[in-house]
Write a protein of this length. Structure first.
Length: 575
């Protein structure tokens, strides 16, 4: 079992009341919106609730008094920009609280019931916050309840700032562009690992709590995340990031609960940290986490079927994942319940599961939605019957954050056979040379659980692999933060001549030199550039200067799809 972090901090919540005359609160607007969205007329809108308090975990908190949620009312909140919302289990239980959000630009999402989510939790823990609802980039939230809640409703809202949104969109698009079309079978007949978008595409800066815990993988539970189905491929990494921030910050878990997430386009995302080939214990099916892997399709599939691309990706993932741990993909397995709130079965009860099961088979929940649950027999047929004898597996994981030039890169992994660790075996970390050969960087010895860890000075981005005898890991290519040093150019240069630019670049083979001229208002505009391929670390070149005025010179290098700029230097062009 895994015991995730401390309970949710509720110490910073607010519930200031906005004026009744605030924009969007007219009776006609609310009645029209209610009729259009749900086919029912609501008696009015309660005074808007505003003033969400920002917690130290990056989420925003607001408390809605239960009296405001009397049936027949719509409560409106202005918490600032947000993309995901979830509520407290104590208030959601039996109240039928629904939410909808106004996307930036004015379009409202459909009314959706906020799920209590007691069934999504670490083993041995009781959930305090319900399942998160992703609504997209929104600025206004409305709530309504079928029954008066028993408690005040505590809400947690998660938003991504412009930088997070830009990074996840870029990383997601880049990963999607390089994703293999379909997995291939290995020479042994075992299904190859499908293309999996790593945590580096969405998790940079998301702090986990504690260390991953390993268990066994005897079956796969299929989930849905309960959010709109109208997102685009470049949105998916941001959705995963928002869910992780909610699971960690609001639920108090160690990490995102799911082991894997699959979007409607068939993109597979690494979920909980620890390695996709490891039997990592998640927080996705209370009472069964230590014996399963959890795969969530991003979307809501109560009445709508998931796209074929998503089902194919889930099938490929299960076809690889279960045999990796010595478990067949077809038939049933008998497991003993660990109990817990949300579990359908008391502690100690032996239960037979299909190797590919829906979340509701083990827990008291509607997940993965009626439509998706009805497609599980077809999904099992897609997975097929892959019974493969356990084989040796060597995993390799690099750092989650980018390593600066000359700093230590720490690689780690695990050597197993059938999911069991192999102790006392040497593992060599190797780097691909410019000529294509593999050069050893160092050797580590596996511990009692088969784990190994090794640090090496990182001076150039290159392919890495690990090797233990004849067993070789997958190849990874950790990026590097290059070291950029630009010498100050001449303080003055005549218009129409060239400016000598020199410096030193370490950790990158190419550098872009950019010359910008200062215009009225202090704005600098690009007026010249040159890209050079380096032979060594030092360079010197010339760039034309065509107009008078103050000019700024910078270097730019790219590593791992990210751009890095040097400190600026200045020169003045004279007539």
């Amino acid at each position: 079992m895994v015991h995730d972090g401390s309970s949710t901090d509720r110490s910073r919540r607010g519930h200031a009341v906005a004026p009744r005359g605030a924009r969007g609160l007219t009776r006609r607007r609310v009645l029209g919106a209610g009729a259009a969205a749900g086919g029912a007329l609501w008696l009015g809108v309660a005074p808007a609730v505003a003033g969400a308090a920002r917690g130290t975990d990056g989420t925003r908190r607001v408390r809605v008094p239960r009296a405001r949620l009397r049936p027949g009312r719509v409560v409106e909140l202005r918490p600032g920009a947000f993309e995901l919302v979830g509520g407290s289990v104590a208030a959601l239980a039996g109240s039928g609280i629904e939410a909808r959000a106004r996307r930036r630009g004015g379009r409202w999402t459909p009314w959706t019931t906020l799920a209590g989510g007691a069934d999504h939790a670490p083993d041995g823990r009781r959930a305090t916050m319900g399942d998160p609802l992703w609504v997209g980039d929104s600025d206004l939230l409305q709530l309504r309840a079928r029954r008066l809640p028993a408690r005040d409703l505590d809400l947690a809202l998660v938003g991504l700032d412009a930088r997070e949104r830009r990074r996840t969109r870029t990383a997601s698009a880049r990963a999607a562009a390089s994703r293999a079309a379909r997995p291939r079978a290995t020479a042994t007949g075992r299904a190859a690992m499908p293309a999996i978008i790593p945590r580096s595409a969405w998790a940079s800066g998301v702090a986990t709590k504690g260390s991953p815990t390993t268990g066994q993988v005897q079956l796969a539970f299929v989930h849905h995340t309960v959010n709109g189905n109208d997102y685009q491929p470049e949105d998916s990494a941001g959705i995963v990031r928002a869910i992780a921030k909610y699971h960690i910050g609001s639920n108090g878990w160690n990490d995102i609960g799911y082991n894997f997430l699959v979007d409607r386009f068939g993109q597979i995302f690494e979920g909980r940290a620890g390695g996709v080939a490891e039997p990592i214990v998640g927080a996705q099916a209370v009472g069964w986490n230590s014996v399963s892997t959890g795969i969530a399709i991003i979307g809501t599939f109560e009445q709508t079927a998931p796209p074929e691309a998503a089902l194919n990706a889930v099938a490929a993932l299960i076809r690889w994942k279960l045999p990796l741990h010595g478990a067949p993909t077809a038939g049933t397995v008998s497991l003993v319940s660990s109990g817990g709130a949300g579990n359908r079965w008391p502690r100690g009860r032996e239960v037979a599961f299909n190797r590919v099961s829906g979340h509701r088979d083990g827990c008291s929940t509607d997940c993965p939605g009626t439509s998706l649950y009805g497609l599980l027999p077809a999904l099992r047929a897609k997975v097929g019957d892959a019974v493969v004898a356990p084989t040796r597996q060597l995993t390799l994981s690099g750092p989650e954050s980018v390593v600066a030039y000359g700093k230590t890169l720490t690689a780690s992994g695990r050597l197993t056979i059938g999911g069991a660790g192999i102790a006392g075996e040497p593992v060599v970390l190797e780097k691909r040379s410019p000529s294509g050969g593999w050069v050893p960087l160092g050797t580590a010895t596996t511990d009692g659980a088969g784990r190994w860890r090794l640090g090496t000075s990182w001076r150039r981005s290159a392919d890495l692999r690990a090797r233990a005898g004849d067993t070789v890991s997958d190849v990874i290519t950790p990026p590097i933060v290059p070291s950029l040093s630009l010498r100050s150019p001449a303080s003055r240069v005549r218009k129409g001549r060239t400016l000598r630019v020199s410096g030193r670049v370490r950790g990158s083979d190419r550098v872009r030199i950019m010359l910008r001229r200062r215009y009225a208002g202090g704005r600098y505009k690009l007026v010249g550039e040159r890209t050079i391929t380096l032979d060594g670390s030092r360079f010197a070149t010339r760039i034309p200067v065509r107009r008078t005025g103050l000019h700024r010179v910078t270097l730019q290098a790219t590593s791992g799809g990210r751009r890095y700029d040097s400190a600026a230097r200045y020169t003045r062009a004279i007539g």
